[in-house]
Design a protein around this ligand. Structure first.
Ligand code: NDP
Length: 616
């Protein structure tokens, strides 16, 4: 049995990955399998460290005091300190008490800088310790002191009120006037990005979300029940909340032919995805530092699908077959997503530890099955999660909407679809086309970077999106709603506002994550963080902390309004979506707090509202 040297709760000194700096940390847990300690830094950042990167405080202090008298690094650190803007000017005579104070200061450096994680990256990126220093590093705290001290230039930034201002001034491109300086800033930004990402090795998931094991167990049953409940309600003449639909015979939910069509659809989309067209891009670095490659051809898949549907319609294929067998299609999708989730879980048991999802590695079967155990399950180069996120379900959504439009025309003998149906179809088509057109942006979302692929995403992508997001169009087939042109125009304006916020916020963040030195982002300010990434504090991300969610919610409202106010059912989407995004936002905040610690708190101080300005 492996013995562990440090106990939970023990306060020790932990090395900051990729650097020679040690900080005071508290051990929160130990992973027997990976032999890694999870430690918490004073600013809240949590990392997994090897035992060799941890030292007891007492040994650290002992070595440090030895080194303070004789280390050559000490001399160079004094030089470094004298260059610091926060220190007395060069040449000014130091009193004996001042130098004593400085000695004490140095002894305290480690503790002081433990508060400085968010600005450490500047030290690593910009202070550029001399090669000698780096070479001399042998893992001993002696050189740690030297490097830490050489970075005391940053101590000034620790003063809370000054920190953001100072940092922003340093990076704000707006504050620099001439082009030369602008170039300097870009190169600074580049070196900021070039900082080695913190190597974070996944450990066991300790904080369970979604109500833990009981919550996830219930959801595996409740989610399919909700889908069928909504669809059955929608088929009723009076879909009032308390008017429960009669339960149809169980066998009526299943149709082998429908399941065949569903499989054919899935395979067709897989073939489109495998076509060697469209560029191949790299995703964000994984915890191991590796980057996966993704083929971006979702928009082509959409065009090919549109062409295939066009051919089917030309050949007189009755697309409202989808409407007639909607319930059976939903049942097929549920069965398929369940089978896929089981396959995903079984294969994840053989996946190496570093390929498991940070949020789906609790060791509890139900929880990991629901949230997704493996982060990026692939068959060869075919990425199952990435494929399911945007193809069968999302493109299926617009095809179902079109089927509803044709069914409405057929059932109500219309030569043109109703204005409400046109709006719902148009708005949602825009949303889907946008997602496919900006497919690359998916690579920076939580679904890809944090969540594993399990029941939650398989069900969400293949059942929830195509069968619940089409609820408004499905509702309109059975419950015709007339709206006037001015009302239609007002709803369209609302949708455009939502879309504008959603798109520009997502693009701003995505472009910034991909290339912070992009000249198009020159007017934006950001807070640097210890991980090497920045947090935007102006533009949309300075307005609220999740502007993209705000835009999405506004659009969701615009999709429901064409259905009038007779029933609450078509508003299910917007109500559910607010709950989803409020919960998702809380999850994201929690992850960001762990990732960015103090820098995230500063960001929250600066941008106090989460989604709705002045409300939430
Ligand atoms: P986001 O695209 O909002 O990404 C959140 C991440 O952005 C954070 O984890 C952080 O990651 C980064 N970030 C946060 N604040 C800042 C900042 N100030 N500056 C720079 N980066 C920042 O997350 P989602 O994946 O939840 O959403 C993506 C889109 O998908 C949204 O538009 C959302 O509305 C939509 N969506 C739609 C759903 C639907 O069913 N229709 C469901 C869920 C989402 P890091 O720092 O690691 O880069």
């Amino acid at each position: 049995m492996p013995s562990r040297k440090f106990a939970d709760g023990e306060v020790v000194m932990g090395r900051w990955p990729g650097s020679v700096l040690y900080y005071e940390v508290q051990v929160t847990s130990y992973d027997d399998v990976a032999h890694l300690y999870t430690v918490k830094y004073k600013d809240g950042t949590e990392l997994a460290l090897k035992e060799s990167d941890i030292r007891s405080q007492s040994s650290f202090k002992h070595r440090k005091s030895q080194s303070s008298s004789s280390s050559p690094s000490r001399r160079s650190s004094s030089r470094s300190r004298s260059r610091s803007p926060g220190r007395p000017a060069k040449g000014r005579r130091r009193s004996a008490s001042q130098s004593r104070e400085q000695k004490d200061d140095k002894k305290k450096t480690i503790q002081e800088t433990s508060l400085a994680l968010p600005v450490l990256v500047l030290c690593i990126g910009f202070c550029k310790p001399s090669e000698n220093n780096t070479k001399r590093y042998n893992g001993e705290p002696e050189s740690t002191e030297k490097n830490a001290t050489s970075c005391t230039i940053l101590e000034q930034k620790l003063k809370p009120d000054l920190e953001i201002k100072h940092v922003l001034e340093q990076y704000s491109l707006r504050s620099r006037r001439d082009e030369k300086k602008k170039e300097e800033i870009y190169s600074e930004k580049k070196s900021f990005v070039a900082v080695k990402p913190v190597e974070k090795v996944p450990t066991k998931t300790k904080e369970l979300e979604f109500g833990g094991r009981i919550g996830t167990f219930m959801m595996i049953f409740l989610l399919p029940v909700t889908v069928f409940y909504l669809l059955l309600m929608c088929k009723q003449d009076d879909p009032s909340l308390l008017n429960f639909p009669p339960l149809p015979a169980l066998e009526s939910f299943w149709d082998g032919k429908v399941f065949g069509v569903f499989l054919l659809w899935f395979l067709l989309q897989a073939v489109f995805h495998l076509l060697p067209i469209g560029k191949v891009v790299e995703g964000l670095p994984l915890s191991s530092g590796r980057k996966l490659q993704y083929r971006i051809n979702g928009f082509y898949a959409f065009i090919f699908t549109a062409a295939a549907i066009g051919v089917l319609l030309y050949l007189q294929f009755e697309l409202h077959y989808l409407y007639d067998h909607f319930m059976q299609f939903a049942a097929s999708a549920v069965a398929f997503s369940l089978a896929l989730s089981i396959y995903l879980y079984v294969r994840s048991l053989k996946a190496p530890e570093e390929e498991l999802a940070p949020g789906g590695n609790s060791g509890y079967f139900i929880y990991d099955f629901f949230t997704g155990h493996e982060l990026n399950p692939r068959i060869g180069s075919f990425d199952l999660k990435y494929f399911c996120e945007l193809r069968p379900g999302l493109i299926g959504w617009v095809v179902i909407n079109l089927a509803m439009l044709l069914a409405e025309m057929k059932i109500h003998n219309l030569s043109v679809p109703s204005l409400s149906m046109i709006l719902v179809n148009g708005f949602q088509l825009l949303y889907v086309v946008d997602a496919l057109w900006n497919e690359e942006a998916l690579l920076t979302t939580m679904d890809i970077t944090h969540d594993g692929f399990g029941f939650m995403l398989a069900f969400g992508d293949l059942v929830w999106v195509p069968f619940v997001y089409t609820l408004q169009a499905f509702y309109l087939v059975g419950h015709p709603t007339t709206i006037t042109w001015p009302v239609a125009a007002a709803i369209t304006v609302l949708n455009c506002i939502g879309y504008y916020i959603f798109r520009s916020a997502n693009s701003q963040k995505n472009n910034f994550r991909r290339n912070p030195a992009d000249p198009k982002l020159a007017n934006l300010k950001f807070i640097p963080t210890a991980t090497g990434k920045g947090l935007l504090v102006t533009g949309w991300w300075g307005f609220v902390r999740h502007p993209n969610y705000l835009g999405d919610i506004i659009m969701a409202l615009a999709w429901s309004l064409p259905c009038g106010f007779n029933h609450i059912l078509p508003y299910f989407y917007v109500i559910y979506f607010i709950c989803l995004l409020v919960h998702r936002e809380a999850r994201d905040e929690h992850h960001c707090k762990q990732k960015y610690g103090l820098a995230w708190e500063r960001y929250c101080q600066r941008v106090p509202y989460r989604i709705f300005p002045y409300i939430y």
